[in-house]
Design a protein around this ligand. Structure first.
Ligand code: COA
Length: 255
């Protein structure tokens, strides 16, 4: 049996590839556990600066394995999916998604916790929870209306209407739509760009953006506290010095 999750790292970017193409990369309990462990480890490994999620073949992922759902039945035991959502929603390092095809169910809702998303022109996004007698997860009932407005969210979450890549771009669900063959190349390039940036500044910026419902005044105060610390940081000093010396900054020795 081939690995159902393939992990590789290059240039500070951990690639996590869902690799169960014969089942359209449907996520089993074991796959969730492997992905969660890899992302948790990446978050504390100083050699990794960015994680990138993608899938093998023509599908990003068809979501939770429905056979697993069926087997789970009335059991209330914790499952891999909920810890996976905890992990991706609390990751400190940036998470990129290279959506190489259909993203269904949790395959679509997990994208709400990714920071930058490259989609293939053939990608589409479907959240068919109600038709499976389920409700949407991953805080999508909060995040989709916030991102798209109530009416658009209702079409996606109540009706389960599919969204194509062009509309996903127009609605701000993804950052870039590229030809299918360019998805990985584009996502890796974004990964390399992020990995070359000062890591602490990137983590802090992500943390500030992902905060809950702060007041503007509270946010200005919080930003100023962190901004002052940043001014004194080794990263900022390197950035300032490089600017003054008319050279590129080098953050490679910083952790
Ligand atoms: N769980 C379990 N098996 C799945 C699956 C899932 N989420 N998604 C696809 N598969 C299986 C199919 O049962 C089929 O298995 P088989 O070859 O043994 O019959 C195989 O993967 C290929 O899927 P198929 O539907 O034939 O491919 P397709 O190209 O026609 O369609 C999708 C691909 C992704 C559009 C379609 O499979 C789909 O919509 N799946 C989503 C299921 C879903 O509702 N997920 C949300 C869970 S909340």
């Amino acid at each position: 049996m081939t690995d159902e999750v393939v992990l590789t790292s290059t240039d500070g970017v951990l690639e996590v590839r869902l690799n169960r193409p014969e089942k359209k990369n449907a996520l089993t309990h074991a796959m969730y556990e492997t992905v969660s462990a890899a992302l948790e480890q990446a978050d504390t490994d100083p050699s990794i600066r960015v994680a990138l999620l993608t899938g093998t073949g023509d599908t990003f992922t068809s979501g939770n394995d429905i056979k697993d759902f069926q087997a789970r039945g009335a059991s209330t035991a914790p499952r891999g999916g909920s810890s996976f959502l905890q992990v991706i929603s609390s990751m400190q390092k940036p998470l990129i998604a290279a959506v190489n095809g259909a993203a269904v169910g949790v395959g679509a809702t997990m994208l709400l916790h990714c920071d930058l998303i490259v989609a293939a022109r053939s990608a589409r996004f479907v959240m068919p929870f109600t038709s499976l007698a389920l409700i949407p997860e991953a805080a999508s009932t909060l995040l989709v209306p916030r991102l798209l407005g109530h009416q658009r969210a209702s079409a996606l979450l109540l009706l389960g209407e599919p969204l194509d890549a062009a509309k996903a771009l127009e609605w701000g669900l993804v950052n870039w739509v590229v030809e299918d063959r360019m998805v990985m190349e584009t996502a890796r390039e974004i990964g390399r760009r992020l990995a070359a940036l000062p890591p602490e500044a990137v983590r802090l910026t992500k943390r500030l953006m992902r905060h809950g419902e702060p007041t503007v005044a509270g946010r200005i105060k919080e930003e100023m506290g962190i901004f002052s610390e940043r001014l004194a940081s080794e990263e900022a000093q390197e950035a300032f010095t490089a600017f003054m010396e008319k050279r590129k900054p080098d953050y490679s020795r910083l952790r």
